[in-house]
Design a protein around this ligand. Structure first.
Ligand code: SF4
Length: 111
């Protein structure tokens, strides 16, 4: 990684094998692709209507819209629509495509 990320956070070593390693690599690749395209959104939920696990430890929570339930609901509905449209192979914008993939990244049936 490069750019505006400080040196200490540009890389870290991960070991793994099998499906978990493949899923991690695919997700990391998707995250980097979204970031390269300038597509960043707060993942306010875990795809199950609950607050994401990472939010519990996030140092940016005070500046985040995590507590904005209306924003959270709109993003969740948009992510659900995008996931459905991805499954239906509909034409999607880069933002919609990344939202569909990354919002539900820990869901077994994510697109
Ligand atoms: S609180 Fe942190 S981890 Fe949670 S959505 Fe906001 S920025 Fe992301």
């Amino acid at each position: 990684m490069e750019g505006d990320i400080d040196e200490a956070n540009r890389a870290f070593h991960v070991e793994g094998t099998g499906e978990d390693a493949e899923a991690f690599a695919a997700t990391a690749s998707d995250l980097l692709a979204a970031r390269t395209e300038g597509i960043l959104f707060p993942r306010l939920g875990n795809g199950k209507g609950q607050t994401g696990e990472a939010c519990r430890y996030c140092e940016h929570i005070e500046a985040c819209v995590q507590g904005d339930s209306a924003m959270k609901m709109r993003l969740e509905r948009m992510a659900e629509r995008c996931a459905r449209e991805a499954r239906e192979d509909k034409k999607m914008s880069p933002f919609e495509r990344h939202l569909a993939r990354l919002w539900q990244v820990d869901q077994a049936d994510s697109p």
